[in-house]
Design a protein around this ligand. Sequence first.
Ligand code: ASP
Ligand code: MG
Length: 423
Amino acid sequence: MALIVQKYGGSSVADAESIKRVAKRIAEAKRAGNDVVVVVSAMGDTTDELIDLAQQITPIPPQREMDILLTAGERISMSLLAMAITNLGVRAKSFTGQQAGVITDAVHGKARIVDVVPTRVRETVEKGQVAIVAGFQGVTQHTNDVTTLGRGGSDTTAVALAAGLSADVCEIYTDVDGVFTADPRIVPSARKIHRVTYEEMLDLAASGAKILALRCVEYARRYAVPLHVRSSFTGRDGTWVADLPPEGEEDMEQPIIAGVAHDASEAKITVVGVPDVPGTAARIFEVVAAADVNIDMIVQNVSAAKTGLTDISFTLPSTDGAKATAALAATQEEIGFESVQYDDQIGKLALVGAGMKSHPGVSAKLFGALRDAGINIEMITTSEIRVSVVTRADQLADAVRAVHTAFGLDGDGEAVVYAGTGR
Ligand code: ASP
Ligand code: MG
């Protein structure tokens, strides 16, 4: 008998029919003799709709209230799912994040899980019942305020519970058959990956692959929770995220490249005419950090010999653009740069693969593919297992397809997207 944590995303529980379909699947897993804990997201695009609603009330809603609002989405789906399972003759009980013992820090909107004390979940399972837990939410340690874990956070809830309960596997059910070599929504010839390492999945998620939340992968790696990402619409085997092959399977040789991720949600700031003396880069990024902005790629040009001035560019989430530019502008005189330029029409592409470490020529091939597609590269960064480039936003999809083809990742069939609006 195994303990399975199953997580169902919003598109898998988008309406009453879908909830009943998912309930059947859960009841089957239970009847097969497993202990089952389920984590569920809000129905369909509920979270986005609640955000839109708040925007109609006020442009900058208080974050505490925003979190209470958003957690309502998962309460709806968890209770309906528990009803549907009960209807099938399997006993089920739903729990909010707080009731399930998901304790977080107090950073509203992107709280981090600090502890999981799933006492009630464990009791429920021990009684032979299915426990349904609302994803994406927790409660602060000291003030008992409700928090959310950031968009896509139900994945993180699932992994945290799987770790807290020492589950055998954490199954992430979604609207595609697994992790693909690129987003099937823009590369229909993308192939399903059989197994990807935690390290590769971390880089894919950090580079914009939305199939799994970044923190979920961090958590899974830290606690060595094997993830099985698969479709709730078929019975097919999905993608394993694990450093070792699943039980009973031989280790196959891993491919050099795992996949191509893309991100259209970033922007670029260029600080122009920065005095090229020790300490200015530190000051600039202290200012950005103090504004609580997470940056990604950084490029500094060679300074012009005549002027002793240089330009520093970096990328950041475009949602933080206004905050970061304002913070920098306020320090213009102190730091002594000329101006700040903001550009949100950029796209980011990342090629990820652990095999890069030992295979030369990957960057050259990547740049060659972009050249042949007539795509200009604006920034480049690399790590041991990743090469990232910035392009114009309107060329990003073409860039992803060109690189995907150049690295021989195209499959024979067409990848199926079973549901979801991709919102
Ligand atoms: N409902 C939340 C969101 O849409 C959490 C999740 O789906 O994982 O971001
Ligand atoms: Mg969602």
